[in-house]
Design a protein around this ligand. Structure first.
Ligand code: RRO
Length: 316
């Protein structure tokens, strides 16, 4: 058989097999239950919720998201319905659909993260936490993942609060010394099963020439970049952590808008691939399109499964 139906995009990880490799990046199409359900019932292979804080938040003043020809800049500021809303969704989630549910957690303090993890543990659900160590957009709050001492303390505490497998969402790193230092920290935590690379490139500035102005209101225009801007940085982070974190899975996130970028992420070592900016612009129909493009590319190259090329990026 040499047709698209012979191509297997399924992914086995975290003790289960999901029907494909694509799902939403946290923050996109996942604040409201209706959005989460739209992702679940699309061709996405899993669902992740908007980063939750313990209490609901309105987020930053608008405009706080701006689309450009090359991607996006955002400073949403963690608008979310609060942890209880997403926990309630997780209690009612149809786990039988075969698509794992991830809950993104982004407490304003370590204690808040621990309360959310303990509450989720007590609920006894199959939902898997992805703790966000990298929100760039809360004024006055640095990204946790750039502070190695605080990250070490946080992971030690997560291990005590949460008995199962979990993941973390990392900010992008830009120096081999930082890849190595972070990997050294992450490797001390056997139940840390996956890392998602990358969050938006924080504190970029998009300028509009006509109005001679910034494009978003918070932080005088500074915000997280997504889309084409971030693809090479995302791939570097996926590849470096793939090599530095044996036994852990890497979830690729950044600049995926077609089957080609999904292929690049998997070639660099990604187990699964999240879609952010493109999903924001196109909606959940993006998943079926990108999956079909990835399958067509694999067919043309003679690959029938993701295992056939995952992590096999060549060097010169
Ligand atoms: O809500 C946001 O402003 C936001 C978050 Br929590 C994040 O992790 N990454 C991002 O680009 N925006």
């Amino acid at each position: 058989m040499s047709d698209l139906s012979s191509i297997d995009l399924s992914v086995s990880w975290l003790g289960q097999t999901m029907p494909g490799c694509l799902y939403n990046a946290s923050g996109v199409w996942c604040r409201e239950e209706a959005e989460l359900e739209a992702v679940r019932t699309s061709a996405a292979a899993a669902v992740i919720s908007k980063s939750a804080t313990l209490s609901a938040r309105e987020g930053n003043p608008e405009p706080r998201y701006h689309r450009t020809a090359l991607g996006s800049i955002n400073s949403m500021g963690l608008p979310n319905h609060g942890f209880a809303y997403y926990l309630d969704y997780a209690r009612r989630y149809d786990y039988g659909c075969g698509k794992p549910l991830f809950l993104s957690l982004s407490g304003m303090t370590l204690d808040d993260n621990l309360i959310m993890l303990r509450t989720l543990a007590a609920a006894g659900l199959p939902a898997i936490p992805e703790v966000n160590l990298s929100c760039p957009n809360v004024p006055g709050k640095p990204q946790l993942g750039y502070d190695f001492v605080t990250t070490t303390e946080a992971l030690n505490a997560f291990d005590r609060a949460w008995p199962g497998r979990y993941g973390v969402k990392l900010p992008p790193y830009f120096d081999p010394a930082h890849f190595a230092a972070m990997a050294d920290i992450l490797n001390r935590h056997p139940r840390l099963a996956f890392v998602t690379c990358i969050n938006s490139i924080g504190n970029g500035l998009v300028v509009d020439v006509d109005s001679e102005s910034v494009t978003i209101k918070p932080k005088d225009g500074l915000g997280g970049l997504g889309g084409d801007y971030v693809l090479p940085t995302a791939l570097a982070n996926v590849r470096e952590f793939y090599r530095l974190l044996p036994g852990k899975d890497i979830v690729g996130c950044g600049g995926v808008k077609s089957g080609k970028e999904a292929f690049m992420h998997i070639l660099a070592g990604a187990r699964a691939v999240q879609v952010g900016t493109c999903l924001h612009h196109e909606g959940p129909a993006a998943f079926a399109r990108i999956a079909a493009e990835l399958a067509a590319l694999m067919l043309a190259k003679g690959y029938r499964s993701l295992e056939a090329f995952r992590g096999k990026l060549r060097t010169l």
